[in-house]
Design a protein. Structure first.
Length: 89
């Protein structure tokens, strides 16, 4: 069976998530690099949870619910890593 790279990326990401959660980690912190990757290429304003979720699906092959992305964006704003005036959730 031949696998495409998107499937392999998704499978690897899910395996890493399982290890993180099994070891007592927080799955929202696991998703932060995916959100940051999309935001690093962001050229439009405002930032919305649904647009970031679409970006993660397009670039990483992971389908993440908008609400979950919203929680990660809120953490980034609270932590000062993202300016809250640009985020509309």
């Amino acid at each position: 069976m031949e696998m495409n790279s998107g499937f392999e990326t998704t499978l690897s990401s899910l395996a890493m998530l399982k290890v993180k959660v099994s070891s007592g980690g927080d799955y929202l912190d696991y998703l932060r690099p995916f959100v940051n990757r999309v935001l690093s290429k962001w050229d439009e304003s405002p930032i919305t949870d649904s647009a970031v979720a679409r970006g993660i699906a397009d670039h990483c092959g992971l389908v993440i619910p908008d609400r979950t992305v919203q929680l990660v964006l809120r953490r980034l704003v609270r932590g000062g890593a993202l300016e809250g005036t640009r985020v509309y959730i």
